[in-house]
Design a protein around this ligand. Structure first.
Ligand SMILES: O=C(O)CCC(=O)C(=O)O
Length: 261
């Protein structure tokens, strides 16, 4: 089984949802025109890290984003891993992913579990409490958000169900991009899964972002690097590779969870 994934490496406009929804719409339509099966967006694409404007700008109960994805997925017959958006729930704010199938149905959602203090998330956001495992385009998958990447025990907790693609939407700053690449490759190798990771480009008030959205195979080989410009780019995943990798080295079967703390 093969699947074509589209990586929407966007230049997110700080505190400008109108422009960002327009960019996301164009990217999803472009991916569909290129016959991608799945399109993936970056983290916090609706407003960027305008955390001090959450009260005015966060999406109330995620309603606007959910309607936006549902309509675009159905109209364009494309599966969407919707990066993440800033969402308001009552008095709390979350960094939330929505996943839609090509019929416009909400498949799952996820609230970022590990908040990144260096970008002040812990001062403004509530942390999520649950994992995000789902089947999309026929593929058992899981998604995380950016800083979650530094917690291999969290990734493994979700991946142990049998997960073929791990998605990582992010706003990962340029200055630590080598760590991004190394850790993404490690998560692919140790979980014997494909990794699809979508970062942003551009700048905000504090950081610059240089993309390098990646698709990595279960051996840890980078099969696609989106480079450093704003673009939608594509990679084909051959899921038959999973059995070839997992057969001779059955990592999940050989685990000794009773010894781990
Ligand atoms: O862990 C890092 O270095 C970057 C994390 C990050 O930027 C985020 O979680 O938004």
């Amino acid at each position: 089984m093969r699947r074509k994934v589209a990586l929407a490496q966007l230049d997110i406009q700080l505190g400008n949802p109108a422009e960002n929804y327009q960019k996301a719409k164009q990217a999803i339509e472009e991916a569909a025109n290129h016959h991608a099966d799945i399109v993936v967006l970056p983290e916090m694409w609706n407003i960027g890290y305008a955390l001090d404007q959450l009260a005015e700008l966060a999406d109330e109960n995620g309603q606007k984003t959910q309607q936006f994805f549902s309509e675009l997925a159905l109209k364009n017959q494309i599966n969407i891993v919707g990066g993440s958006v800033a969402v308001r729930n009552g008095q709390s704010f979350f960094n939330t992913t929505y996943v839609y199938d090509q019929n416009g149905n909400l498949i799952s959602s996820y609230e970022k579990v590990h908040l990144f203090g260096l970008m002040n998330e812990d001062q403004y956001l509530e942390a999520g409490q649950k994992e995000n495992h789902f089947k999309l385009a026929g593929i058992p998958s899981a998604s995380f958000i950016c800083y979650d990447l530094r917690f291999p025990e969290w990734i493994r907790t979700v991946a142990r169900y049998g997960t073929d693609i791990l998605y990582f939407p992010a706003e990962w700053p340029s200055k630590r991009i080598e760590q991004w690449k190394i850790m993404l490759r490690s998560r692919a190798i140790e979980n014997q899964a494909f990794v699809v990771a979508v970062n942003r480009v551009g700048t905000d008030l504090e950081n610059s972002f240089n993309g390098h959205s990646l698709v990595i195979d279960p051996l840890g080989q980078v099969i696609h690097d989106a480079g450093e410009v704003e673009q939608v780019s594509y990679a084909e995943i051959d899921l038959a590779q999973l059995a070839q990798v997992r057969g001779p080295i059955p990592v999940f079967k050989d685990r000794r969870p009773s010894l781990y703390h």
